[in-house]
Design a protein around this ligand. Structure first.
Ligand SMILES: [Fe+2]
Ligand SMILES: [Fe+2]
Length: 358
């Protein structure tokens, strides 16, 4: 309740507020104080529901210059747009013989390949053939187009920082004059920079993103299995971040990409942090508990963990479960806004208060 000083009558006070409003001013003591007001909701999308719809979208539109991309976005129910307040994730379909025309934009994007072979993404002239489990980066303002030379439909998950870049009012988009950009190499980025700790000695990698933009599943899976034999985190189990070989840091300025194995019968401890995440269940089955709500997941499902939501993951089976995720950690850390807290009660496990039925 506002403390009145008694120097004005109620009518004079009312007049004051009307005058401030018509002058385009707002009395800060009448408004909202500094507080979190989360809108992003924990949510899950089922692969068995999404898969037939994305395949069906092939009969509805084609990715020409009007449509650009044939995508179905994972819309968070708490938002008008986006999967979290900073990121948007979407399913994209490319049919045999199709081309998603070349363009570039300031929002950064990643592709996580779910199904199919025979398609490639060209990134800055480098032709990258995509297979399930591959991660392909198309960093801010890099030319990219997708083409399917094979004979099966390709489906991948897109992840972009569009909501963040829109908030910062820095969204720019440009079409390439032709549908396909000229090819200057095939798998060049991977040949030069995917050798782990070795990289070309003469190359200046002073670019604002990872010079490696194609991370192959075979290498990713091998790395994960190696780490699983050695060490793990109590909160994320066997979690690895895809890294920029030039800096060792996140692959993109705004997005981090993770691959993590929840080993058989492991139940991680809960924690929360100011970064948000979009998960894809690449392999296996299990469940997560987010703010007390249990989300059972199966291979192919998608899951959102909002900022500052308690969360833990569990594999209830005897087979490995593998989760891919995009996270906005680099944004929060570069702005010194990242904070993290473990859940200390009940041996680190939240009481389950509801079960997600979506
Ligand atoms: Fe794009
Ligand atoms: Fe976490």
């Amino acid at each position: 309740m506002t403390q009145l000083l008694g120097r004005v009558s109620p009518e004079e006070e009312q007049q004051f507020y009307e005058n401030t409003e018509s002058a385009g001013l707002r009395a800060s003591w009448m408004g909202r104080r500094l507080e979190r007001k989360p809108q992003v909701e924990p949510f899950a999308w089922r692969w068995e529901q999404a898969r037939p719809l994305i395949l069906r979208s092939g009969d509805i539109v084609t990715p020409d210059r009007d449509v650009e991309r044939r995508v179905l976005t994972l819309k968070n129910p708490g938002l008008d747009y986006g999967t979290t307040h900073t990121m948007v994730s979407a399913l994209q379909l490319l049919l045999p013989g199709e081309n998603a025309p070349a363009h570039r934009h300031t929002p950064t994007a990643i592709r996580w390949v779910l199904q199919g072979t025979g398609a490639y993404t060209t990134v800055e002239g480098d032709k990258c053939y995509m297979e399930p489990g591959d991660l392909v980066l198309t960093p801010s303002w890099t030319w990219h187009d997708h083409n399917n030379e094979g004979n099966e439909p390709m489906i991948w998950l897109d992840g972009l920082d569009v909501p963040l870049v829109n908030t910062l009012d820095a969204t720019f988009f440009e079409q390439y004059p032709e549908d396909q950009q000229p090819i200057v190499g095939v798998g060049e980025s991977a040949r030069k920079y995917a050798s782990g700790t070795l990289r070309p000695a003469w190359e200046d990698t002073n670019i604002p993103y990872s010079p490696l933009w194609h991370y192959k599943w075979e290498q990713t899976h091998a790395a994960l299995r190696n780490l699983a034999q050695t060490d793990s985190s109590p909160f994320d189990d066997v979690a690895m971040e895809f890294s920029d070989p030039a800096t060792g840091g996140p692959v993109l300025r705004t997005l981090a990409c993770w691959i993590q194995m929840i080993r058989p019968n492991v139940n991680t401890r809960a924690h929360r942090h100011t970064s948000s995440a979009v998960y894809q269940v690449f392999k296996g089955q299990g469940h997560s508990v987010i703010n007390g709500q249990r989300f059972d997941w199966d291979e192919g499902d998608f899951l959102v963990v909002p900022s500052w939501a308690w969360h833990e993951h569990a594999n209830d089976t005897d087979d490995e479960a593998i989760l891919f995720s995009i996270q906005d950690i680099p944004v929060m850390k570069s702005l010194s806004l990242y904070r993290e807290e473990p859940y200390t009660e009940n041996a680190g496990h939240q009481p389950i208060t509801s079960v997600f039925e979506g």
